[in-house]
Design a binder for this molecule. Structure first.
Ligand code: CU
Length: 571
């Protein structure tokens, strides 16, 4: 067992001094800056060795078992260069199967790392070698795709350097967001199955005072609460930045006048974060590792498994990097500082946001009439409760059964929604509709359109696509022809936001950008009761996982296999 005390590490000036001599990327050499401590080691080269093992993790007042890779949580930063070949030798020292999936990387499917889909997994004591050419650049990450290991620390960042240096910044940092819980992940899953509201502390108070008896009855019949935002909350999670809880006082240093690139990765199991640096505007330059036209914002929401790269030009001083959980049950905090040792004071947690009629997939007139709650009550008088169980409008291939306890009556495209709790803040917030691909996509006409429904039963904690729970031995995958151009509309029949991830490809978000500049993504959030659409050229042959990236949703069955056939000759 490796004992890791983050607090011990970061407050040690010796550790800080040692860390400042870490190797710099080629583009940074010759400039007068060093990589300061980020919170994990770094590996690079053509042969990289990774070892998965048991560990103990502690932050703030919480501690417990963890899975570490090369002895740390998160595991090491893997730094690659576009155009190189890489062999990753992964040894499993656990007494259970494990795996690593390279999230967002284009590679032959047998090295994608999903047990039961792309390979058999890595048995205890075994070493598996992943080998592929590096065909892209940008910010990505890696994580276990076995069981619930990802929740317990089995993840880390990937940076792939471009062949062409980007002159827009002087220094860069990974900002890897995640959670730590002292509760065993299987115990969390069990608690979710027993009662979905187990971790939700705001339940009681939310229903008092603001709501009439009629409203309470309606929400009760949906077995929902307007503050039912996250399945697992800060009541058990400590939110981490680069493996450091708020009590660990992580510092990322800069020199006054420098422009700093922050590579924000949401490597959490279950938490959407709202990211801001109060007083410091952020210029978004990449989404999911792909360049976009610059957009300046003050805050953005990042779904689980997404990445955003931003450039900031902070003034001399100490600034709080705030990653507030979407349900505002806690935050990850680090200091971006030009004065070593000065810890920035983060703002207090904001008030828990409230779900609206739009989140139920109903028309929302609140924009015209003011208060959400008042409007919702008006809308409820028309037999809303009946509406939300009406399965008659669903396509035939959606299975109606206990796995589907809600139907959104009028699901609308919500690509312009900035995320729960961010639609009414008084500063600039990123929306999917702001993203435009910097490079032109090849022109392709859509050859086929399909719909996939995101379905669930909140109370029984069942989650699925089209009402059908995924089992590893699926004989009914989603089939795409090789090089087929498909438009896929995701229809969210539930009141939760789901970050949907397709392995092995980038799809283009249909977000109103002209079709040559639709932004490329590997993960896309489908807002509650709404729809989101992507265009895909299925040009990576093989079997690929397609799933909700909320870990416990995937585990409960919101997953499918996408199979791209036939294999082209000479592939
Ligand atoms: Cu989900």
């Amino acid at each position: 067992m490796t004992r890791i005390s983050r607090r011990g590490l970061i407050t040690s000036t010796a550790a800080l001094a040692a860390a400042s001599s870490l190797p710099m990327p080629a583009w940074a050499r010759g400039k007068s800056m060093a990589h300061a401590k980020q919170g994990f080691g770094e590996v690079s080269g053509e042969d990289i060795k990774l070892s998965i093992g048991d560990a103990h993790f502690a932050t703030g007042g919480r501690s417990g078992h963890a899975f570490a890779v090369n002895g740390t949580v998160p595991g090491p930063l893997i730094r690659l260069r576009e155009g190189q070949d890489v062999r990753l030798h992964v040894t499993n020292t656990l007494d259970e199967d494990s795996s690593i999936h390279w999230h967002g990387l284009l590679l032959p499917f047998q090295f994608d790392g999903v047990p039961g889909v792309s390979f058999p997994g890595i048995k205890p004591g075994q070493t598996f070698t992943y080998e592929f050419p590096v065909r892209q650049n940008g910010t990505y990450w890696w994580h276990s795709h076995s069981g619930l290991q990802e929740q317990a620390g089995h993840y880390g960042p990937i940076i792939i350097e471009s062949a062409e240096p980007d002159p827009r910044y002087d220094r860069d940092y990974v900002v890897l967001l995640s959670e730590f819980t002292p509760i065993h992940p299987h115990e969390i899953m069990r608690k979710l199955k027993v009662g979905e509201h187990y971790f939700n502390n705001t339940m009681q108070t939310a229903t008092e005072g603001e709501m009439s008896g009629e409203m309470r009855r309606m929400w009760g019949q949906m077995r929902m609460n307007p503050r039912d935002i996250s399945d697992v909350t800060g009541s058990t999670y400590t939110f981490l930045i680069n493996g450091h809880g708020p009590a660990d006082n992580l510092q990322l240093e800069f020199k006054p006048g420098e422009k700093v690139r922050l590579r924000v990765i949401n490597g959490s199991a279950m938490t959407f974060f709202n990211v801001r640096i109060p007083g410091v505007p952020m210029t978004v330059i990449q989404a999911d590792g792909q360049y976009v036209d610059e957009v300046e914002v003050d805050e953005f929401q990042i779904g689980v498994a997404e990445t955003y790269d931003v450039i900031v030009a902070p003034k001399d001083g100490s600034h709080a990097i705030v990653a507030e959980a979407m349900d505002r049950s806690g935050m990850g905090v680090a200091s971006l500082t030009s004065h070593k040792g000065h810890i920035a004071t983060p703002p207090p947690l904001r008030e828990t946001p409230t779900l609206t009629m739009t989140d139920m997939g109903m028309m929302d007139h609140s924009a015209h009439a003011g208060h959400d709650m008042a409007n919702m009550e008006g809308g409820m008088n028309g037999g809303m409760d009946h509406n939300m169980r009406d399965t008659s409008k669903l396509p035939d291939d959606v299975k109606v059964g206990p796995g589907l306890d809600m139907v959104a009556p009028m699901p609308m495209d919500r690509m312009d929604f900035p995320g729960l709790g961010l639609d009414k803040v008084d500063h600039r917030v990123l929306r999917y509709t702001d993203l435009k691909a910097r490079a032109m996509n090849p022109h392709r006409e859509v050859e086929r359109e399909m719909e996939i429904h995101l379905t669930g039963n909140m109370e029984r904690y069942m989650w699925s696509f089209d009402g059908k729970k995924f089992t590893a031995v699926t004989d009914d995958p989603i089939r795409f022809g090789f090089d087929e151009r498909v438009r896929v509309k995701l229809v969210n029949q539930t009141m939760m936001a789901h970050p949907i991830h397709l392995h092995g490809h980038f799809f283009e978000m249909v977000n109103g950008a002209d079709h040559m500049h639709q932004p490329l993504k590997h993960t896309m959030v489908v807002q509650p009761g709404g729809t989101a659409t992507f265009d895909l050229t299925a040009n990576e042959p093989g079997d690929w996982a397609f799933h909700c990236h909320l870990l416990y949703h995937m585990h409960a069955g919101m997953m499918q296999v996408v199979t791209v056939r036939p294999f082209p000759e000479n592939a």
